[in-house]
Design a protein around this ligand. Structure first.
Ligand code: BV8
Ligand code: ZN
Length: 250
């Protein structure tokens, strides 16, 4: 079913839910002014030296040209440094304490869910404000923007570091995907908010939820590969739609 706004029937489904899990992608940050990767919803798209994200954010490029990979992430950090969470991030932060269990799984590395006050966040693809040492694997905050030096050096051993994000061709962080799968399998209500659902294994999570009996609600200005599995697709912008779920509850 396709809806343009939250109606009473949907609000009662929301009110009756006990275990909720949410998967967010680039679209949830679009209204904060963060470009997306594939567009949709008339959003701007990240561009950097004419290369596509699957090349720039790849294990291959990190192996051959780590300086370029850092310059790509430093460019995005520069863009993100002055960006605030939007109404969608804030709505999700308010949802957290309303359910028996609530898990926020994100593909985004922009840290905006945490900035909006969300606590129980699973960052599938890492965080743009962290670096990880290539020698001792220590992860550390690297908030200087622009970066004083590329690569930032490890606080522990002084070794060179890499962005603490998951690049294409790399496995997701140990245990994080498994916990996301568990929360999807246990959910009775699963939201999919602004991924285009083409990047795996994240795009498989709504299917795990569906196969475990959850109701799937998608929020996206455009239909995606997930729409055929969704019980309800709310065709619109997350920042306009998500606050509607709580609106009557005052
Ligand atoms: C891996 C961090 C094991 C870095 C990212 C199965 C099939 C095919 C390919 C594969 C497969 N399994 C693995 C692969 C390969 C690959 C993959 O999925 N490729 C894709 C391109 C086909 N996956 C991997 O490599 C993964 N690792 O599988 O390891 C392995 C190892 C070796 C060999 C094989 C397997 C790792 C994937 C993670 C990569 N890192 N991010 C960085 O950010 O630079 S992914 C990155 O891109 C983001 O994190 C995000 O996940 C993704 C972008 O996608 P979306 O978030 O969906 O954004 P997009 O722009 O596409 O869509 C935006 C949507 O929002 C649109 O629908 C739009 O309509 C909507 N929207 C717009 N405005 C709004 C809105 N929605 C709501 N409100 C609005 N206002
Ligand atoms: Zn180190």
């Amino acid at each position: 079913m396709i809806l343009a706004r939250v109606d009473d029937q949907l609000r009662s489904i929301f009110d009756g839910a006990r275990r909720v899990a949410v998967l967010t992608g680039a679209g949830v940050s679009a209204e904060s002014g963060v470009p997306t990767f594939r567009g949709g919803g008339d959003t701007e798209v990240w561009t950097f030296r004419g290369k596509h994200i699957t090349e720039l954010s790849s294990a291959e490029l990190l192996a051959t040209d780590p300086k370029l990979v850092w310059e790509w992430f430093d460019y995005r950090r520069g863009m993100l440094a002055s960006i605030e969470p939007n109404a969608a991030h804030h709505a999700l932060a308010r949802w957290e304490e309303r359910f028996e269990s609530f898990t926020l799984v994100t593909q985004n590395i922009d840290d905006l869910h945490r900035a909006a006050g969300s606590q129980n966040i699973l960052e599938l693809h890492g965080n743009i404000w962290r670096a990880r040492c290539l020698r001792c694997a220590s992860a550390f905050e690297a908030r200087d923007c622009p970066l004083e030096q590329i690569p930032p050096l490890c606080f522990v051993c002084g070794g060179p570091s890499r962005p603490d994000v998951v690049l294409f061709g790399e496995m997701l962080p140990e245990g994080v995907f498994e916990r996301a799968e568990q929360s999807a399998a246990r959910a009775d209500l699963f939201f999919v908010i602004g991924p285009s659902a083409v990047v795996y294994p994240a795009a498989g999570l709504p299917i795990v939820a569906k196969q475990s009996g959850a109701r799937i609600i998608e929020v996206n200005p455009e239909q995606t590969d997930i729409s055929m599995f969704a019980d309800i697709t709310l065709l619109g912008k997350a920042g306009e739609i998500l606050p509607q779920f709580l609106s009557t509850r005052g």
